[in-house]
Design a protein around this ligand. Structure first.
Ligand code: JHZ
Ligand code: SAH
Ligand code: ZN
Length: 406
């Protein structure tokens, strides 16, 4: 039995993906011998509804001055965050000299939109290398981990916030009670919290088990997020499903009684019941679906190897670390993985050690097949890779189903 990080109840883990390395821990050969591994086990707490990792590496092992994920690598995500910021400015900020804080602001992809309008802002970003990119763009950033203590010191320096924002970061933090308490302290009485993360409902429905890796301690639902914030004097007042990262949920939260609650909240809570997010059985079925997905993907790769086809990975995503290590995709099945991020290039993928090459290698000599590890960016990638398909290249995808696109 394990103990829930949110409510303290005991729960039984329902799946183990086995030994896993740091998902963004790209390495050079001299680092192979000291590579860190932990067991990636997941459980669902029946009391508060939170799906969570049983164990997680300490935060500094993942988020540090060598962090490999730069938000700005996707053009469409920049558009997404410009729209997010626009929505906040138009619908939620009305005071004279508003102050906007963002947790996990990375290279400033969201806050740059507020900075451009001259709005007072602060990014909280502990990974120094990505924070530096934001700072160079003129975005105020503090290179620290957000928690209750930091919230108090931010409040002393800047006053309370009109909006507290986050994307793909809240689900990364095991000490969420400290974070929620910090938000309660920092947020103005009329302030708004808005954050989005991969949605448990989508992960279950699409068997996108690659959303499970060290950085993703939690898979949120409306139900579990409401449980958490209720304990800190706040409540979910609206929810907005998003297509990003293969299916995300944006939560709008306010101090209790501070804002009217949208019908969307109850609707989504009902939907969560309908798809069985509160039933252990759902997670048993999900486990079988993961195993089935693994079998199918390996069968395709083994078959292509037999036919002497050249297969490469497209985009060295964090998510791919779970796929590659859980499925056992070894370098003899995948020639290399191409990626546009300089810090990943010339290194090897975590765990299995497949070479990561600059994108140009792909473009200059198309393989027969490309395994799309960034299916969440399919629209953007397919649009720019029409020549690959024209030259006879084929895509392999595995979410929501394992298949070769014809
Ligand atoms: P992408 C990371 O997940 C980690 P990842 C984190 N835990 C999280 O939740 C989300 O981000 C927000 C490359 N690429 O966005 C760039 C190309 O090569 O799917 C990136 O390395 N060519 C914080 O890593 C990777 O793909 C392209 O055309 O799973 C994208 O990673 C494009 C568009 C991307 O997130
Ligand atoms: N919001 C961006 C970046 C997501 S990456 C986007 O959606 O693209 C997650 C970021 O959260 C990383 O840059 C990481 O350094 C940061 N992070 C992790 N723990 C944090 C904490 N406790 N407080 C603030 N940021 C944190
Ligand atoms: Zn719980």
């Amino acid at each position: 039995m394990s103990k829930c990080l949110i409510c303290g109840a005991s729960y039984e883990p329902f799946i183990s993906f086995g030994k896993m390395p740091i998902a963004n821990g790209f390495l050079s050969p001299d680092q192979f011998k000291d590579e860190y591994f932990f067991e990636l086990k997941v459980g669902y707490c029946p009391k508060c509804g939170m799906a969570q990792l049983v164990d997680q590496p300490e935060r500094e092992k993942m988020f540090n001055e060598n962090y490999a994920f730069f938000s700005g690598t996707s053009r469409l995500m920049a558009v997404h965050f410009a729209e997010f910021a626009e929505h906040v400015m138009k619908d939620y900020i009305s005071s004279k000299d508003p102050f906007v804080a963002e947790i996990g602001s990375n290279d400033g992809i969201m806050l740059q939109n507020f900075a451009a309008k001259g709005i007072r802002h602060l990014g909280i970003e502990p990974s120094a290398n990505v924070a530096q990119v934001a700072i160079e763009k003129g975005i105020n950033t503090v290179t620290k981990f957000f928690d209750e203590e930091l919230a108090r010191s931010i409040m002393k320096e800047h006053g309370q916030a009109d909006a507290f924002l986050g994307a793909n970061v809240m689900c990364h933090i095991p000490y969420l009670h400290s974070v929620a308490e910090g938000i309660r302290i920092l947020l103005k009485p009329t302030g708004i919290v808005m954050f989005e993360d991969p949605y448990l409902g989508d992960v279950i429905e699409k068997t996108s088990y690659d959303q499970i890796y060290d950085e993703h301690v939690f898979l949120f639902s409306v139900s579990s997020i409401n449980y958490l914030f209720n304990q800190h004097g706040m409540e979910v007042v609206d929810v907005e499903p998003q297509e990003t990262h293969g299916g995300s949920m944006r939560y709008v939260i306010a101090h209790k009684g501070g804002r009217p609650i949208s019908k969307n909240v109850l609707k989504q809570l009902e939907k969560e019941k309908k798809i069985g997010l509160d039933k252990q059985k759902t997670y048993e079925i999900f486990k079988e679906a993961c195993e089935d997905s693994r079998r199918k993907l390996l069968a395709i790769l083994a078959d292509l190897k037999k036919q002497n086809k050249r297969v490469v990975g497209y985009a060295a995503t964090s998510k791919s670390t779970t796929i590659i290590n859980y499925c056992g995709i070894t370098p003899d099945l995948l020639e290399y993985i191409c990626d546009t991020t300089p810090i990943k290039q010339g290194k090897f993928s975590p765990g299995v050690h497949i070479p990561v090459s600059p994108y140009e290698k792909f473009k200059n000599n198309y393989p027969d097949y490309a395994l799309l590890f960034a299916y969440n960016h399919a629209k953007e990638i397919m649009a720019k890779e029409q020549n690959f398909v024209r030259s006879g290249g084929k895509w392999i995808v595995y979410v929501p189903e394992v298949k070769v696109l014809q």
